[in-house]
Design a binder for this molecule. Structure first.
Ligand code: ATP
Length: 243
């Protein structure tokens, strides 16, 4: 048996939908406690790749290891927090009921469940809105609640698909501070974005275009290698622009 290196180890991942190859042999490793950003234009394959890493979708070819285990593996779901691009919440229930439901799925109950609910809601700036029905939440509040849900069971690996869309700059900053703190405490974070200032906050970045990984490195390395401009310029230099 091959031993996988890193906390997340993607080896030659390929994904085809029908005849169309949307992930074209991507390999990358993410270390424990790293914040790894996937940057790329709309339709480049970011969501498809993170779904494969989260074990929600299966690669057509290639191997994915998470925390040393080869995917797919059902037991890994307890160790992963996944926040999808569209919010998977029960609109007719309150935030508290949503958190209780998802918490229960991960075996949380009693005082632990309650404490965790309070903690994650404070973290995303929704401390005062536990009792409110989700249908009365704004788009940004739903995003924040989705993040709170993903954090409920203290996952070792957190996979976030465009977590800050629709969230105002101030709260976005505070969420990023929390992500950085989670990273420092050992949580591994994979985040997709097309916001350049968020890309700057990642420890390392993978730039994706048309299903291919076109560059991989720290934001500073990627900028230096392309003449010291911005991340956006680096992305274009690596050939990341839209056709
Ligand atoms: N279930 C599916 N069936 C067929 N094609 C799909 C499916 N899911 C994704 N695709 C295609 O795969 C490609 C990559 O899509 P994906 O959603 O991964 O891109 P993305 O980089 O996350 O884009 P965005 O930033 O807009 O979310 C697109 O061409 C998309 O149409």
């Amino acid at each position: 048996m091959t031993v996988s290196s890193g906390c997340v180890d993607v080896r030659g991942a390929v994904k085809r939908f029908g005849g169309k190859e949307v992930i074209r042999s991507i390999s990358l490793q993410v270390e424990r406690g790293e914040i790894f950003g996937l940057l790329g234009p709309s339709g480049s394959g970011k969501t498809t790749l993170v779904k494969i890493i989260a074990g929600i979708d299966e690669a057509t070819n290639g191997e994915i290891y998470l925390l040393g285990e080869k995917l797919p593996k059902l037991a890994m779901m307890n160790r992963i927090g996944y926040m999808a691009q569209s919010d998977a919440l029960y609109a007719e229930l309150s935030a508290k009921e949503n958190l209780e439901f998802f918490g229960a799925l991960f075996g949380l109950k009693g005082s632990k469940l309650k404490a965790r609910m309070q903690y994650v809601m404070e973290l995303v700036g929704l401390g005062g809105h536990l009792g409110r029905t989700v249908s009365a939440y704004s788009g940004g509040m739903k995003r924040r609640l989705s993040l709170a849900v993903a954090l409920m069971h203290e996952p070792e690996v957190l996979i976030l698909d465009e977590p800050t869309v629709g969230i105002d700059p101030l709260l976005r900053q505070s969420i990023w501070r929390e992500l950085e703190a989670l990273g420092r405490s050992g949580t591994t974070i994979i985040v997709t974005t097309h916001v350049m200032d968020e890309a700057e906050k990642c420890n390392r970045l993978g730039m994706i275009r048309e299903g291919r990984l076109i560059a991989l490195g720290t934001p500073a390395d990627l900028k230096n290698q392309t003449g010291g401009g911005t991340i956006e310029e680096a992305f274009l230099r690596y050939g990341g622009g839209q056709e």
